[in-house]
Each structure stands twice: as structure tokens, then as C-alpha cells.
Ligand binder design. Sequence first.
Ligand SMILES: Cc1ncc(C[n+]2csc(CCOP(=O)(O)OP(=O)(O)O)c2C)c(N)n1
Ligand SMILES: [Mg+2]
Length: 706
Amino acid sequence: MYTASFAFFEELWSAGVDHVFVNLGSDHPSIIEAMVKGSRDRNGAFPRIITCPNEMVAMSMADGYARLTGKPQAVIVHVDVGTQGLGAAVHNSSTGRAPVLVFAGLSPSTQEGELRGSRTEFIHWVQDVPDQKQIVAQYCRYAAEIKTGVNVKQMVRRALQFASSAPQGPVYLCATREVMEAEMEPYELKKGCWEPVELGGLEEDAVGRIAEALAGAKHPLVVTGYAGRNHAVPGALVELANTVKGLRVLDTGGSDMCFPADHPGWLGLRFGVDDAVRTADAILVLDCDVPWIPTQCRPREDAKIFHIDVDPLKQLMPLHYIEAQHRYRADALASIRQITARLRGSSELQAKLGGAEREQQWDALKAEHKKRLDDIAARSQPLENGEFGTGHLCSRLRELCPKDTIWAVEAVTNTLFVHDGLQPTMPGQWINCGGGGLGWSGGGALGVKLAADHEARKKGQKKGQFVVQIVGDGSFLFSVPGSVYWIARRYGIPVLTIVLNNKGWNAPRRSLLLVHPDGLGSKASNEEINISFDPSPDYAGIAKAAAGGELFAARVDKAADLDRVLREAIAAVENGQAAVVDCKVAYYLFTSIKMDPGDIPQEVPASEDFRGERENILRGHKAAISNPRTPPSSKVSKEAKEHSRRELEAYDEPYDASQASHGGKEEGEKDPGNVARGLKASISNPGVSEEAKQKAREKLGKLGGE
Ligand SMILES: Cc1ncc(C[n+]2csc(CCOP(=O)(O)OP(=O)(O)O)c2C)c(N)n1
Ligand SMILES: [Mg+2]
């Protein structure tokens, strides 16, 4: 029997959809029939079906797959409830520009048995909602109901055309059981007529305008976000930066590898706050949502700003504007190549780009780059007490994992340290969700690995690149690990997961302090502001249970054990098993320090909780003023230092930075006299909680105090 459902799958396959991630229900009898028929009769010419016990994981897998390959895959979910189960994955696919086709059944539209597929179960009444597609339509490039089987293939192609045209994103199709059950004559669409819309480059005038501005600038800057999704863009940007010596590239989206860390123009990843933005006199914003955050950082008044984007209006965002003098809807790669060609081809511009001053600028850039890397290396040392931070962890991962590893990153407040530590240099090597819905990276990393293996096998290789997921502990729990590691084992998708265990959600504290730097919460404990995960779940254990025991699970809290455990985990993954390593990382101190979010915050040993205790707050402020582990160029801003000084004074604890311990000691930590004084003050302070006082008494007891 040839049904609309079978035609649907036939067209998915013909359009290059190799995988369908399914979570099935009562809307899918004809879908199940078609899957069995296709898998039996068309083996090798029918999509591979992956059972996904959770819809968000299903869509995140399709998202991860598309992020690596640019090819949309399909997700099948159950009516309205399955559509809602997609959850934040729909937002992520939309914001992160990942093409995905979602299909959901609708409750049957007949109840007397008029057509095959008519209502047969109680649930068909309960799940009949007024407009199912509206649940996700505002995120979708296209959302429609398939109303008849006779043009189901055209509907599939139209949806895929939207998904794959820039800006890429999710599309949603739904249909009643009766429509999908309909028997019909097989048919085929004309080949080669359904390609995505092509986007061109810039008009000649625009090319000239931008080339002149870059050539004439003293501090030219490119700010980018998604441009590296096209893996040819990083190379094109390198060509541009080699042509305009002194040009630097700042990544503000962190969703793709846009510019290699080993080029002198590399500024790394910063979320909208960086001095380069404040000082640049010509800025090219390239495929980017948030080049800077005006309340924290903005360009000079006289900066010449150009915005090139596939979606310069940001059509789905009610509030968005960049104060650029010119904006263009154009393809990033084509535009960059045009600008570079113009700069190289014009003798007038060449004259501006040559000369001794430019050479000096180039040398200065190289020196600055070296210093940046040295600073990162200095920050990546283990802590004095043998614990380690995310920077150290990632520098070890970079060393120990294969050079072409793909990093699937969802590290939230640790993201900058992960990026600094990994220093990606290969196109496609760094993939971050790009959206704001936590939980992407579980399914996302599986999708990336599935795609890497599939593409490699097509080329006759045994397996694809090594894939590492680096995820915050909070985000790990959002990712539905019970489903993720079951799928990893069931389908043999080995990924190394690194959990950044900083005992909960750090981000909400930072968000709080950006608005209420001196508010009640600034001095409240993590428990009190409800962001602590204490006691810590056994993250690796959760994954191991989901994988039926067939998973490498470990926990590390000392730098001395790190290399050994990582090596074992990497070996397990190389041998085909998933691995989860729960890493107890130092957390980054966000006390009431009014910190510029572009600055590097202080690391605090993981064994030290921020509990709102006086001694902890004081230590935080002292560390902010003078921390020997922080390289001198790190920018804990003057304002923040001044603020910390005032806070210390308010606590009757004036601080003389010249007394700061040097040689790697944490201020206050190694001087027993200092510690004891702080503890005693806590015990006698009426503002300190009984729990904190008890802790202080215990610590004092250990120090031999009364
Ligand atoms: C689905 C979803 N729910 C809630 C949030 C709000 N949120 C943003 S960051 C964050 C904490 C993330 O915790 P973790 O992954 O441990 O990273 P950390 O803050 O510790 O760096 C939360 C809850 C979100 N972005 N997405
Ligand atoms: Mg966390």
C-alpha cells in the first residue's frame, strides 16, 4: 500500500534527509507502517530511524547534525503534547540558525469511521486543539498543515526549502491521521527544482565603501557571530586580516568557529563586552546578533560601522538595532571575498595598506596576541590547593584530545574560559548552541557525532572526528541525560561529556549583580538565592544508569588526577563507549563586586562555598583587589577595585593591597592569624546566620583557636 506517509518518507530521503528522530504516538499508525515498509523494502534508500525517548533530545540531535553538515534532518513527534515536549529545542534551532524539519500528527478529524484513521481512542478528543502549529509557529521559518496526501511531497520540499534558506531554522508540518493514511498513486517531483534560495554578495558601491573604511582605519575590527557556520569563512577572514594588517576579529556569538586562535588578529570570544569594541574606528559586524551590549560597552561615537548579515533586521526580535551607518542583506563569504579582492586590486588602497606604520601595527598585533596567549596560560594553572578551574581543565583537554576534536559547548558562565582554554583553530571545530534554551548539548553532541560518523563513512573512513561535550552541571540536568545516554548506547554514538561541576547555577548570581550590585542577594548564600546544587547529584552515575552500565563514568576534583582520568575517558570513547567525567571546577566569584562582565572574574576553589559568610565576602573583595594568580593585564576594572575597597571599609576591614600575599597564596587563606580574625568576627557578628557561625566555629577549632 502506497500512502501519504510513505510518500512523505520517500521525499525526505530524496531531499537528503538521512535520519529521522522519532517519538511516536496514536497519530502515527500510517507513519509506523511506512517506516516498517521502507526499512524492509528500501533498505539503504530510506532514512535511518532513531528512537528518542524525549522530544527535546530528538530535536537537539537533529540540530547538532545540521550544525555540522548544514543539512536538515527530520523529527517526528506526537500531536500537541509532543510538540510542547520539543521545548527549548525549538528556540535553539531558531536562534542558532539550525535547519530542522519537525512533523507532528493531528488528532483525527472524523469520529464515525468515515475515513481510515478516524478516531479510535479516548485520547483523540483530549488532544484535539484549536491550532496546533501555533505552539511553535513564531519560532519557525514555516509552519503549515498538510491538507491532502496528493501534494505531500511538495509540502515537504517547501518546508525544507524554508529550513535551508538563510537564515536557516526550524520548520513545522502537521497532518491528521486521515490525511497521512490516504492511499494514493506514487508520484515523483521534478529533480533539481527545490534548492534553497541563493543569497548574493554586496553591491559594488558597498564593497568600495567598506574596503576604504577598513584600509583607512587605525583600529579596524570585525565583530562576528555565526559567520563560521560556513566553514570557508574563517579562511576568508584570515585572508582579509592578512590584507588589512592590524585588523582584529572578535567573536561575540560563540556559536561557531569564526576565526582561528593562532592568528595574531584573534581576540577570542567575549559576550558583547571588549575594549576592542570601545576603541575601534571602523567596525564590520558580520552575521551577528549582539555585537556589543550598549549598557556595558559601546563603540566610539565616530566609529564607522557596517552590518552585513543574512538577517540584518533580526525579523524575529521585537527590539533590535545596531547603530550602523550601512546595513546589507548579503552572504558573509561572498562579501568578505569581495572586500578582500577590492583591497588587493586597488593601487590606491594598497598604498594605504603598505608602509612602515602598517608593519609596526602588525608587529604590535603579534606581540599583543602572544601576550594574550601567555595570560591565558597563566590563568590556566591549577590552584594552590591542588584543585583546578575550567581554564586548566580545557587546556588539558586541548592537549590530550585529538587535534581535530569537535567541541560541543554549553558552558554558560564558564564559556569564555572554555574558549580561551581550547583555542579552536579549525573550521567547524567549535559548536555552541547559539540559543538560550539550556539542555541543547546532550542531544546536540550526539547529533554532531552521528553526523561526523555518517559523513566519514560516506567517504569510506571508519569513523568521524572525536566529539567532546562540555556542559555546565545545571545544563547537564536540563539536557535529559536519561534519554541522551540511552540513545548513545542503543545507537553506538560515543561522545565524551565533561560536566563543569560548580555546584549549581552560577549565572543567576551574575545576572542579579548586574542589576543589584549591592542588593540583599549580593550578600546572601547560594542556598538562600536558590542556585545551589548541594549535595551534588552523581552526574556520571545518572548517565551510566541510563546506558545500562555501559558507559565510562568518573569524577575528578584534583589536578593531579586529571590527566589520568581524561586519558582513560578518551580511550573509552575511542573504543566506542560514551564517557562522562564529572569535574569539580573552581567557580568564579561573583560577590557584590560590580564587575564589568567582560573582565575575568576570580577563581575560588571548589571546596570553598560562597555561603554569604563575612569571611568569604571579605576574601572575595580582597581577591578582587589583589590576586597573585591574576596576570597584571587582566582587567578587574578600576571601578570594581574601588567598589571592593569601599565594601571592605563598610565591613570595618580596610584593606592594604600591599599586604596581599604573593607567590600564589590566596589572601587570607594561608595566614592563620588573618583567618582566625575573620572567623572570630563572623561568630560575633549578629548579621551572620547560625549555620555560618557554626561553620566558622568548626574552622576555628581546626585552626586551634577557641
Ligand atoms: C531552559 C532554560 N531554563 C532556564 C534558563 C535560565 N538559566 C540561564 S543560565 C542558568 C544556569 C545554568 O547553570 P550551569 O549550566 O550549571 O552553568 P553555570 O551558571 O554554573 O555556569 C539558568 C538556570 C535557561 N537559559 N534555559
Ligand atoms: Mg553550574
